[in-house]
Write a protein that binds this ligand. Structure first.
Ligand code: ZN
Length: 446
């Protein structure tokens, strides 16, 4: 009996024990599922992050930052920060061969590194004339003055886009810098693609570098390494290549090593709109629909827009006369001449040598004109022609010795460019065809 009871008791205990284990593990499972795991860590003394700027460990100082205010001078700033006159005098004397303390500019930032003592005695003055450069006047022990630059980082990026209305709009939609549009339109494709006449569906890829100062300050697009532009279904490759390392000359060439630049710019103003083309059969209402040939190309642009010389040359006319208003004429060589009319103001004189892209004046409304624009005239061998119908001379091509090097150089870049897919935005596919907005051409008289 006893033994039997014991056995049954034993069984009971065993069952209870099994149940307990089952329950316990079940609870444990439940606990694991519901309650988050709490990790207990031994509290650490918070580590002070070392902050280094201008080559100094800022943690070691009381850092005072400010900007140069009206009436501030180096002496005033140090004076009101408990630096004695004789010390200031010594600093100025010592620093003068390296940095002119009178060149401090209103609004520019400066930093004082001060000792962690009760007087907070300044030990170092740092001035930043721009985001990149800084000047250090260290007078902790001996006086040292030197200039340095903040660390700069270039980050390579790529972008693609499909033109719906304008390149600026396409870039804006993607939050990309308008500088990319400027560089593509004015530095790379200014001679090959007319960006005022882009087609809906034209598309591009671009590999470029962004510039950062101190890893944090974005200063914009630094340069374009390579680009691909499909205009009217025709591909245009562009690769940046340094043709002269000594002079630092970088040009853009296509996949066959042809220079994309021409001797002439396509337009004398940036981002303008052609309001009236070269047209020998033009008839104008105000002249009773009489034939008034237009031997220029009118580029409408806001008053004050800079007008650029479209090629290197010598100024042969710069004056104000009759219907031309303020105008400039340039002789480029024995064959070519260009003229720019209706300027608000001229920026060159007869005899000046100008380079392609130099500002020769600003858009205005002087002379016979119905609105602000520049009338651009183009002569070949003394005869006025339509520059858009001309096969303009190419800029300097790549030398034969460099050509092999160039083709090797672009090989991996071209592959990289070709591998970038065009992003297709689903919402854009769904969108009904928009009618291309055509700007009505004004009858500008010039
Ligand atoms: Zn005109």
């Amino acid at each position: 009996m006893d033994r039997e009871r014991k056995r049954s008791m034993g069984n009971k205990y065993r069952i209870a024990a099994i149940l307990l284990v089952v329950l316990f593990s079940a609870c444990n499972e439940a606990a694991k599922k519901t309650a988050p795991v709490v990790k207990v860590e031994i509290p650490k003394v918070p580590e002070v992050k070392e902050i280094v700027e201008f080559g100094f460990k800022l943690n070691d100082y009381i850092v005072k930052r400010d900007t140069i205010k009206s009436g501030d001078s180096f002496g005033h700033i140090l004076g009101r920060n408990n630096v004695g006159y004789s010390t200031i005098h010594n600093i100025v004397e010592s620093a003068k061969n390296t940095f002119d303390i009178r060149s401090l500019q209103l609004g520019k930032p400066y930093t004082l590194l001060c000792a962690k003592d009760s007087l907070e005695t300044p030990e170092c003055f740092i001035y930043q004339p721009n985001l990149e450069d800084y000047v250090v006047i260290d007078f902790k022990d001996s006086i040292q003055t030197y200039a340095d630059k903040k660390p700069i980082n270039y980050i390579e990026k790529s972008a693609t886009g499909v033109i719906n209305s304008s390149i600026s709009e396409t870039l804006e939609e993607q939050g990309l810098s308008p500088r990319l549009a400027f560089k593509l339109a004015d530095e790379i494709y200014a001679w090959t693609i007319d960006f005022r006449r882009l087609q809906k569906g034209d598309r591009f890829k671009v590999i470029y570098t962004d510039k950062y100062i101190d890893d944090s300050i974005y200063t914009g697009v630094h340069n374009i390494k390579a680009a691909y532009f499909e205009h009217n279904s025709e591909p245009f490759y562009a690769f940046a290549f340094e043709t002269d390392a000594e002079k630092g000359i970088v040009d853009y060439f296509n996949e066959d090593a042809k220079n994309l630049r021409r001797a002439f710019l396509k337009a004398p103003v940036q981002f303008s709109r052609i309001s009236s083309r070269y047209n020998l059969k033009r008839r104008i209402a105000v002249y009773g629909y009489k034939l008034r040939p237009h031997k220029g190309t009118d580029f409408a642009a806001p008053i004050g827009t800079p007008i650029m010389a479209t090629a290197n040359g010598t100024v042969t006319k710069s004056e104000r006369r009759g219907g031309n208003g303020n105008y400039v004429k340039i002789r480029h060589n024995a064959t070519y001449e260009t003229q720019y009319l209706h300027m608000r103001k001229r920026n060159v004189r007869v005899g000046d040598y100008v380079k392609q892209g130099d500002v020769i004046g600003w858009v205005g409304m002087t002379g016979n004109t119905g609105g602000p624009h520049v009338c651009y005239r183009f002569w070949v061998n003394g005869k006025q022609v339509d520059p858009f119908k001309q096969k303009l001379p190419q800029a300097q091509s790549i030398s034969d010795s460099l050509k092999i090097e160039y083709l090797e150089f672009i090989k991996p870049i071209k592959e990289q460019l070709d591998d970038i897919p065009f992003e297709v935005k689903p919402e854009l596919i769904e969108e009904p065809e928009r009618e291309t907005v055509r700007q009505s051409s004004q009858n500008l008289i010039s």
